[in-house]
Design a protein around this ligand. Sequence first.
Ligand code: PGA
Length: 256
Amino acid sequence: MNKSLRKAVIAGNWKMNKTPAEAKELITAIAPLVKDAGCEVVACTPYVDLWAAQEAAKGTNIQIGAENCHWAKSGAFTGEISADMLASMDVNIVIIGHSERRQYFGETDVTVHDRTRAALDAGLTVILCVGETLEQREQGITSELVALQTKIALGGVSAEELKRVIIAYEPVWAIGTGKTATAEQANEVCHVIREVIAELYGKAAADGITIQYGGSMNAANAAELLAQPDVDGGLIGGASLKPQDFAAIVEAATKG
Ligand code: PGA
């Protein structure tokens, strides 16, 4: 598989951190550090920070994304945000199916599918998150589970739409724990996902899709993870809030 066939994407997932004023500061601090990036650079922020982050990112190579969107176009869904609302703000990219959504907010493979559908319909690019818990890894079902999560989420997604899908492999046991998957473990599962894409959409689509690793990726371990043949980028939580660390990961992806 030839890595040059696909784009490397480093995306920050800020989670529930930063006020709008802090978002502006953080983007302003990151921007000069990543200006020569040889990969795409994204910061996914809380909804209320989107506008401030976009303002701060104007004229830079940082794209601002969201962390979720609802599956309906509009309606009685208190507290939710639709994909069209994001698109109307010129937000072009959104994380869907993050394990924290699955763990704490009752997100299922079916709702992940529905939200993916809505985001694609609104013209957004989706960072689709899949990954196993520690228990599932110990049961030896990682590959099957991740394949199933991927297949359900992508049900009905056309080959053309797939060009707007990035998949993030995030082992739940590695998120926010400081426990990173080894480079081999990360590559192995990213490879499984690529095989699933090949099965569903053919080899060219599999060669072209960006598959990220996420879970305690940091300045120290990024280079080794990103050098793996099937790891095309990262979804970065904690380290995305630290400009120097985030920039070091972007730098590692640039060398890739
Ligand atoms: P982490 O989070 O880098 O803090 O482990 C990654 C993620 O949740 O996307």
